[in-house]
Design a protein around this ligand. Structure first.
Ligand code: FBP
Length: 249
């Protein structure tokens, strides 16, 4: 198995996600958090075990990332939210480029249930075999999306996402949590030796974020890969500290 120690601590993970500029646009940002350098600062001061960027930010802010000492995860695919219809997230960066930018791990989103699911699964397979040959861990964002999932239960979809990650060779699966800890336990079980981290979602109350962190740990997940609920918080370092306490004890 690939060694996850570069991006985890005591077997637990706390990743700071910052690919929302591509996925949602700068509508998500304010004067402070629009600047990638301020996010690198949060990751360092908040003691995140890794930071997640797309290739462009990893290139342009490479010296800041290196100086921070925070391990880098590069997201290899992405899409904007401007196109309507079934979601497809194309590869935008290669494994070799990510490694040359200093990535300790790579990430890739698969929208299971989308009309384009097979394309993403195939692209993931190439990335997974290339990364694993180079001993680089692969994190799969597995998000059920598209017309075909209408009417399917979140209990089923969360566990299905987790299981897909195990079956396709991901080292870590990033899931969107449905808020039910019993469902999450089943998803973690379904992922077997593949680790689970939870995304944070759109900005909500601090209480809910901390509850999600508690649920993650009590269900046996490895931690969080969270973005907006940290860097949109009034005091990002303060909430990071509270989350960290729950995850690492
Ligand atoms: P958040 O904690 O801000 O939700 O970040 C997690 C994440 O997976 C990001 O990596 C990604 O940009 C975003 O959520 C995708 O959100 P969605 O597809 O749900 O709009």
């Amino acid at each position: 198995m690939v060694n996850l120690s570069k991006i985890t601590k005591k077997g637990k993970a706390l990743f700071l996600a910052y690919d929302q500029g591509l996925e949602h646009g700068p509508i998500e940002f304010n004067d402070e958090n629009v600047n990638p350098a301020s996010i690198i600062d949060i990751a360092k001061k908040g003691k995140f075990t890794a930071i997640i960027f797309q290739k462009g930010i990893a290139e342009k802010y490479n010296s800041e990332i290196k100086n921070s000492g925070v391990p880098l995860i590069i997201k290899l695919n992405g899409k904007t939210n401007l196109l309507k219809g079934e979601p497809m997230s194309e590869q935008l960066c290669t494994v070799d480029e990510a490694i040359s930018l200093g990535a300790s791990a790579v990430g890739y989103t698969i929208f299971i249930g989308s009309e384009y699911e097979s394309k993403m699964l195939k692209e993931f397979e190439k990335i997974e075999s290339e990364s694993h040959k180079k001993r680089i861990p692969v994190i799969a964002w597995i998000y059920p999306r598209g017309k075909s999932i209408e009417g399917r239960s979140s209990t089923e979809l969360m566990a299905y996402s987790a299981r897909v990650g195990l079956e396709i060779g991901a080292d870590i699966v990033k899931l969107q949590y449905n808020g039910n800890v019993a469902d999450l336990k089943w998803a973690v079980k379904s992922a077997g030796k593949c680790k689970i981290v939870l995304s944070g979602g759109a900005k909500t109350s601090e209480k809910e974020v901390l509850q999600e962190a508690e649920d993650a740990i009590s269900a046996g997940a490895s931690g969080l890969a969270i973005g907006r609920n940290v860097w949109q918080a009034k005091n990002p370092i303060d909430i990071s500290k509270k989350i960290r306490k729950i995850i690492f004890g």
